[in-house]
Design a protein around this ligand. Structure first.
Ligand code: ATP
Ligand code: MG
Length: 395
């Protein structure tokens, strides 16, 4: 067993010594069999949350209404979830009712795909009630039970099918795929943040462009906010030779791929609507702006400086993928010759300006910014006295 399980093994043993069942479940079992690195080890048990809390001294009620208790054991924490069934799903998203049960089978039945419905005993023995091992061997994503019913219960599962298909480089089984197509409008019921999580995992997987193509084929993409306004372009993207760039790459690349013909303003609005991080938005916008300036020959030294070495190279790579000339060497050369590469290299700082009599406050910031721009543009030398004289004249 991988190291990640070693500590947890003891926790499972302790639960069993108290007369309950306990198993590793979900992604960690799947990834162990596939010999992939593990991130989180989920534990499922027949013990009810109150019973888990009696067994272990240190516990935290992380999601007790769903049956999850975090157990602290030998300085590590483990999420332990009681076997449960779900019912209701009147809103195509969340079950109206969660019922704790003692049967492993019922817990595995509510899981999304056969490869995610495996359980493993503490000794490594795998329990496979839905053909998950065979599907793992044949690289197939298949819904547990009737796919259409399962997507009616929770429409996000359709996105998850495409996501796991890309992450694992697996094929989606025909009936599961057909059920995605016939139920795709249900995706509208799902909050964009949850779609976002699955979409980005899909893009960062091994086969993102096939994932994108599947989202087009099944019409899922028609029900994803904002992206549904760009179906034609996304169809083009899904055929681009982007695979190598997207491989091992960051979220920046994946967003560049989907935002090829967007304006910088559109990118900002979309990524904000999708609740992306400020850093990601800044990077994607800066790379896009840079590639657009390069194509129109409008890249100023100031933009060069602000874009920074990494984003400049990404912009150059992006243009190559789009069949445009390769600007990488030219950009590297131009960037090298910039007088400074960040504001700490400016030969004067705020403190020195204040000592020279400039008042602290917003104006000081503006002056520093002006000096930075002038130095980058080559209008003044990066030399303390010249900078000071210039600052005085701006007061
Ligand atoms: P990852 O490597 O991305 O964490 P994972 O398989 O662990 O993959 P999670 O989203 O962490 O995926 O979910 C853990 C497990 O819970 C899944 O393997 C699956 O058994 C079950 N599960 C999660 N989400 C759903 C869902 N929407 N419907 C049914 N079962 C689900
Ligand atoms: Mg997980």
């Amino acid at each position: 067993l991988p190291n990640a399980f070693k500590e947890a093994q003891q926790v499972l043993q302790i639960i069993e010594e108290h007369g309950y069942e306990a198993y590793f479940v979900g992604g960690s079992v799947r990834d162990t069999i596939l010999k992939l690195p593990l991130h989180d080890v989920d534990i499922a048990t027949s013990a009810y949350p109150a019973e888990i809390k009696q067994i272990f001294v240190h516990t935290v009620d992380t999601g007790i209404e769903h049956g999850t208790v975090t157990v602290l054991h030998h300085g590590q924490s483990f999420e332990i979830t009681t076997f449960r069934t779900e019912s209701g799903y009147q809103d195509y998203r969340r079950p109206d009712q969660v019922t704790f049960v003692r049967s492993l089978k019922e817990d595995l039945m509510r899981r999304d795909f056969t490869v995610n419905a495996l359980a493993m005993r503490e000794n490594g023995e795998v329990i496979d009630l839905f053909g998950g091992i065979s599907d793992l061997q044949q690289h197939i994503i298949r819904a547990v039970g009737n796919p259409s019913e399962r997507f009616h219960e929770d429409a996000l599962r359709m996105m998850r099918a495409v996501r796991f298909g890309s992450q694992l480089d697996f094929t989606i089984e025909a009936q599961t795929m057909a059920a995605i197509k016939s139920n795709s409008p249900l995706l509208e019921k799902i909050a964009v943040e949850r779609i976002h999580v699955e979409f980005v995992k899909m893009l960062l997987g091994i086969a993102p462009l096939r994932g994108l193509a599947q989202m087009l084929q099944t019409d899922l993409l028609c029900y994803v906010p904002v992206l549904n306004h760009h179906l034609k372009q996304l169809a083009v993207v899904s055929e681009l030779p982007l695979a190598r760039q997207l491989e091992n790459e960051t979220e920046v690349w994946s967003w560049l791929a989907v935002s090829l013909d967007w304006s910088v303003a559109q990118i900002r609005t979309t990524l904000q609507a999708w609740k992306s991080s400020k850093q990601l938005i800044a990077d994607v916008a800066s790379v896009t702006a840079a590639s657009q300036s390069l194509l129109t020959d409008q890249m100023t030294d100031w933009q060069l400086y602000q874009t920074g070495a990494t984003n400049l190279q990404t912009a150059a790579q992006l243009l190559v993928v789009l069949g445009k000339p390769d600007y990488s060497q030219e950009l590297a050369r131009r960037y090298e010759t910039l007088p400074i590469h960040n504001k700490h290299e400016l030969a004067i700082n705020g403190k020195q300006l204040m000592q020279a009599g400039i008042k602290p406050g917003p104006q000081l910031g503006q002056i520093l910014n002006q000096l930075e721009q002038q130095v980058v543009a080559g209008a003044i030398e990066n030399e303390p006295q010249q900078l000071l004289d210039h600052a005085q004249s701006m007061k």
